[in-house]
Design a protein around this ligand. Structure first.
Ligand SMILES: Nc1nc2c(c(=O)[nH]1)N[C@H]1C(S)=C(S)[C@@H](COP(=O)(O)OP(=O)(O)OC[C@H]3O[C@@H](n4cnc5c(N)ncnc54)[C@H](O)[C@@H]3O)O[C@H]1N2
Ligand code: MOO
Length: 398
């Protein structure tokens, strides 16, 4: 059991819990938002035959030495394989974009560069090179070559690329099943009026949309009453349905904070509780068999920061990703100087642009106005006591 640990220790502990989900096979369109679990090999040469890149005329380049005009003899639309003719000397074929190049043709001229008089075409031979406007078989990809690596994020571009090979099913890693419990009797759903002392639930919206941005969905979002029994049974039931349970609020030390005792009662092994950081000090990370739980502190900006620093890296890590948008050497701009005590990392809402980063006002964990403006978190390291203009810092893009 680790208590009140440095950020780096917390990240290491989380990393040791990252695991791969099973491989599943899904249809090409269903694969959107998943990561591939196997390399994919080309099932075809693409293009699978030599074809014309233009609407125009195809001919034998060497004929240009002997003929000042060519006679158009055959018509070849796309989708038609017409190779059953001999292209005689001095002849051309009328051909269209994507149509198969017939035997004998080695060059295509686009029609705008020609003058057609009845069945003859003329053009300036100096404007055309041998082989022009022909897309050669296998010039994009040759059959058997690797076209997609394992762990590739499947987006519309990848889907379109694979469709070009006629690939209709692919192997991907199953997505994690994630559920969300949120605690707090003061919380009201948007759309309902607020009574005195109540606030709108916003944390579940932050998390639901953050997960959507990484193509994950929540299996459920349940509001939990602030009682020990309700918290225990919500956690117990929640674990039955998911791989990863997220909880917000109720993880601190107040009389109505039942999450930690309920996790203990559910048999969860605590992997750490509390991090030397701001915001998000009382973050809890635990495990029940293979199932993972993150209990995030309820303050809205703590939820935002803990999601980016811990939850998202875990979820992406389970897909084999290690690119967590961390970038070094951003220079602090504008008149911002902040002192803090040693022994605490701070994640400061900030805005980066062109290698420079401006730390925003309103860093308190109940304030969301800076969260709405931020495009990165600046890491104010544990042992640093000041952060000054011009200083180079690490940022985490959000
Ligand atoms: N005596 C101490 N008190 C507190 C400590 C401490 O160390 N000793 N830590 C503070 C810190 S830091 C944090 S962070 C919070 C975390 O508290 P909880 O996780 O128990 O969260 P709650 O008390 O339930 O809520 C905190 C705050 O956030 C609001 N909240 C909660 N859920 C939502 C939601 N879904 N949407 C919007 N806002 C939400 C809630 O109303 C509270 O204002 O503890 C400090 N206290
Ligand atoms: O750690 Mo809390 O998130 O500072 O308010």
């Amino acid at each position: 059991m680790k208590y009140f640990i440095p950020v780096s220790d917390a990240k290491t502990i989380i990393e040791t819990q990252i695991y791969r989900t099973e491989k599943i096979t899904v249809s090409l369109l269903e694969a959107q938002g998943f990561y591939t679990s196997e390399p994919i090999l080309a099932t075809l040469d693409v293009p699978s035959f030599d074809n014309s890149a233009m609407d125009g005329y195809g001919f034998r380049f060497e004929d240009l030495a002997d003929f000042s005009e060519l006679k158009v003899k055959h018509i070849i639309p796309a989708g038609v394989s017409k190779n059953s003719f001999e292209l005689a000397r001095g002849e051309a074929v009328r051909i269209f974009t994507g149509a198969k190049i017939p035997e004998g043709v080695d060059t295509v001229i686009m029609q705008e560069k020609t003058i057609r008089i009845e069945d003859q075409i003329q053009f300036n031979c100096n404007e055309i090179l041998k082989g022009e406007n022909i897309r050669l078989k296998g010039s994009q990809t040759q059959v058997g070559t690797k076209i997609i690596d394992e762990n590739t994020f499947v987006n519309h571009a990848v889907i379109g690329f694979l469709a070009g090979f006629g690939i209709d099913r692919i192997d991907v890693y199953r997505k994690l099943k994630i559920g969300l419990l949120y605690t707090g009797d003061e919380l009201v759903e948007i759309g309902k009026p607020l009574l005195d002392g109540e606030i709108y639930n916003s944390n579940t919206y932050t998390l639901q949309s953050a997960l959507a941005e990484i193509n994950h969905q929540l299996s459920f979002i349940n509001h939990v009453e602030d009682t020990e029994e309700a918290t225990f049974s919500a956690i117990k039931n929640g674990f039955e349905m998911v791989d990863v349970l997220l909880i917000t609020g109720g993880i601190s030390v107040g009389d109505y904070d039942y999450v930690k005792p309920a996790l203990e009662k559910s048999g969860v092994s605590e992997l750490f509780y509390k991090i030397k950081q701001k915001p998000g000090k009382p973050l809890y990370f635990g495990k029940l068999n293979k199932k993972i739980v993150f209990a995030l502190p309820g303050n809205p900006a703590s939820v935002f920061s803990c999601y980016h620093q811990y939850v998202k890296p875990f979820l992406l890590g389970c897909f084999g990703r290690k690119d967590f948008n961390e970038e070094q050497d951003f220079a602090i701009s504008e008149s911002f100087a902040k002192k803090k005590s040693k022994d605490q990392t701070q994640f400061l809402k900030a805005f980066y642009s062109k290698g420079r980063v401006q730390i925003l006002n309103a860093q308190e964990s109940y304030k969301m106005d800076s969260v709405a403006q931020t495009n990165c978190l600046v890491e104010f390291p544990e042992n640093a006591t000041e952060i000054n203009i011009g200083e180079k810092v690490t940022i985490w893009k959000v």
